[in-house]
Ligand binder design. Structure first.
Ligand SMILES: Cc1cc2nc3c(=O)[nH]c(=O)nc-3n(C[C@H](O)[C@H](O)[C@H](O)COP(=O)(O)O)c2cc1C
Ligand SMILES: [Mn+2]
Length: 489
């Protein structure tokens, strides 16, 4: 298992999927390159250096976990598994994780470079303008926010975006008031106190994954990250806040979220994971940055939201939780669960055993699909991770007049582009979800016309016997049609 972000980048490089890019402009270009790469077939991870306006050696790493292979690598799961097998392995591992609380050590490489008080200058750290209409530069697109609950004393460490506003101020954006960060900050503010906070940029990928998990109140993402790694995270005590700071992180900001009655700043707009700007600039909590620490030649982990299907994680982690929810609720014969369109569509594959089985699975999946308008159930011969296969089932097994249901007033968010502004202003952020039963109707499933497609086993046998013949040999460059044309000219 890698030790920190640098160790992970090394492993990515060894897989041959790291590209080094020099000389990009942090204003729109770095984000643009990231988006083009994320949309390409290979979807490489990118390490930017000699970024315009910054010291050489100050780097930005993007598309860290955007493929199934790298998402598996970050989880410590065999990266050669098929995506669905990798997700299943993660679902099983997630159910049996042994918690590892962090351990405190007394030295960290980020202590090598310190800016304090009036010397704090965030302008020295990379903060790209990721998308054309972003309201400002964002140091935190995939950064972790550390806070301590003043009641329980437990540590929350999850991902909220961080916009830079000048030398020593940033804003932190909570999508809604139910975020642990928002709940914790309010507890301090209600007592008339600022909320101690640290922003971790360039963290261990396990902490990045943990920061995306919906964990119950009181459960620390730090422990979860330790569980992924099978060893406790190492931390040092923040000199100003006493917060545990991940010892092997690249860049850390320490300070406090000031009382909203003293200051807020307009935050956003920001290109979202839906592929839209959800809202104009809105007031957000301000963090006064009182200290900055960073390693030599620091690396910012950047994870800008991009138009789907591009997504931060090449394995749909929330589909693993839904899969697990189904098992926990006693739904049998779930053979797979997946999310497409950057978590906006959920698919469950089941081996139907009784009438209503498909709908039972669909309703549980729909209940737990954040912002997803589309929930599809397919039979076990359909690969839920293959959108073409799923649409084949939708178009050949679902009679719309009989097998589509609409659930109203369900879980979405203020980021949903289809909810009108007036509704959002009135606090209405729910939407409706379509449940598509793309399964053979249970009552006559055994009489359904058989499919002509090869089974997975038959396909594998053919691959093994004839695969090399099918792939052929690459066309030598000299005789390729393109070079012939050139010669003739
Ligand atoms: C790259 C990335 C960026 C995110 N940005 C935000 C954000 O700006 N605000 C927010 O509230 N949630 C954001 N999220 C989602 C939260 O991190 C996620 O829902 C998390 O579970 C919330 O943790 P909490 O339950 O401790 O509040 C982001 C997730 C990812 C992966
Ligand atoms: Mn949390």
């Amino acid at each position: 298992m890698y030790k920190d972000l640098r160790g992970f980048i090394k492993q990515v490089d060894e897989l041959g999927v790291l590209r080094r890019i020099n000389g990009a402009d942090p204003k729109f270009e770095l984000g643009g390159i990231t988006e083009v790469a994320a949309g390409s077939a290979e979807c490489p991870a990118l390490l930017f250096d000699r970024i315009k306006g910054y010291d050489s050696g100050t780097r930005v790493f993007t598309n860290a976990t955007t493929t199934a292979q790298r998402a598996a690598l970050a989880l410590g799961i065999d990266p050669s598994l098929t995506p669905l097998d990798a997700l299943k392995a993660w679902m099983k591992k997630r159910q049996t994780l042994e918690r590892h609380s962090p351990v405190e050590i007394d030295k960290a490489p980020f202590q090598d470079n310190v800016m304090r008080g009036r010397n704090v200058d965030l302008g020295k750290l990379p903060a790209p303008y990721w998308h054309r209409k972003d309201g400002g530069p964002y140091i935190g697109s995939g950064s972790i926010i550390i806070m301590r609950d003043p009641d329980g004393g437990w540590i929350n460490s999850s991902i909220y975006r961080v916009q830079v506003h000048g030398k020593n101020r940033v804003t932190i954006q909570f999508d809604h008031l139910g975020r642990h960060g928002a709940i914790i900050a309010k507890k301090y503010w209600d007592k008339g106190e600022p909320c101690p906070v640290a922003v971790v940029n360039g963290q261990d990928p396990a902490l990045f994954i943990a920061g995306f998990e919906y964990l119950p109140d009181g459960q620390s993402e730090y422990d979860f990250a330790g569980s992924i790694k099978g060893a406790p995270m190492e931390t040092i005590r923040g000199p100003l806040t006493g917060l545990p700071l991940p010892a092997h992180a690249e860049i850390i900001l320490e300070g406090e979220l000031v009382l909203p009655s003293e200051a807020t700043l307009p935050e956003g707009p920001f290109g979202e994971f839906t592929g839209y700007y959800a809202a104009d600039a809105r007031p957000a909590p301000v963090m006064q940055v009182n200290a900055v620490y960073h390693r030599d030649n620091p690396i910012l982990l950047g994870s800008p939201p991009m138009k789907p299907p591009r997504f931060h994680f090449g394995l749909p982690f929330r589909a693993a939780s839904i899969w697990s929810n189904l098992e926990m609720a006693g739904v049998t014969d779930v053979v797979g669960c997946w999310q497409h369109v950057a978590q906006l569509m959920t698919v469950v594959a089941i081996r139907q055993r009784y009438a209503g089985h498909a709908k039972r699975a669909a309703l549980i999946a729909a209940a737990n699909s954040y912002m997803g308008r589309l929930v599809v159930v397919v039979d076990d011969d359909v690969d839920p991770s293959n959108l073409a296969d799923v649409m084949w089932a939708v178009t050949t097994r679902c009679e719309p007049a009989e097998q589509i249901d609409i659930v109203r007033n369900a879980w979405s968010s203020a980021l949903d582009p289809r909810i009108p502004d007036e509704s959002k202003r009135a606090g209405v952020t729910s939407h409706s979800k379509a449940i598509i039963e793309a399964v053979r109707p249970f009552g006559w499933k055994d009489k359904y016309p058989p499919t002509s497609a090869l089974t997975a086993d038959e396909t594998r046998e053919i691959e093994e016997k004839w695969g090399s013949k099918l792939r052929g040999s690459p066309v030598p460059a000299a005789t390729s049609p393109a070079s012939k044309t050139r010669k003739r000219k």
